[in-house]
Ligand binder design. Sequence first.
Ligand code: FE
Length: 230
Amino acid sequence: MDTTRRGFLTTAVGAAAGAATGPAQAAEAGHDHQDAPSDMTLRVKSLESLLVEKGLVDPAALDALVDTFEHKVGPRNGARVVAKAWTDPAYKRRLLADADTAIAELGYTGQQGEHMVVLENTPSVHHMVVCTLCSCYPWPTLGLPPVWYKSAPYRSRAVIDPRGVLQEFGVQIPGDVEVRVWDSTAEVRYLVLPERPAGTEGMSEEALAALVSRDAMIGVGKVTLARVNP
Ligand code: FE
């Protein structure tokens, strides 16, 4: 995690780190004695056993879900959408007109990916996405949301002081550039199409995709030739 992201980020990360600290983590940190799993791990295991025992969930279905979110969805999918839009003007038009269909062309569909809207950043407008109510997020293109996206401080401050929040992410938006904040809901989820950086003419779609960070697609980062954000 970038240490320059102060305030809500340190709070959110601190809370997450605190929640993750337990005997298992202590063992990983160098203690050579054997410890019981953390409370959270035990709770998850107990809940899973109970659901399986009562026939409410199929363990194979659970494995498939975990595999999907560990290996198949994530921000690399969104980055491919962005790189294609940068290199294929017809695709970009389709993406901005009907995001669901254009994203599905690349095979990225599924739960939490319905009713997508793609927002194009330009030299005069910068888009930024939040879910003020909870953590609505486009799973097929971006994977699961980062901890800070779900934190109450991000959700409130993104709408109260978007420029201040962007600064904490290291993003300076000039005063003459409009900042638009979009509130995700269960009905609509957003993907930001960042500006293609100068100096990338002639780069392959694959090389371009490697430059696109998750944060840039949420609108709290910019794409640069030297990628710095996750
Ligand atoms: Fe939500």
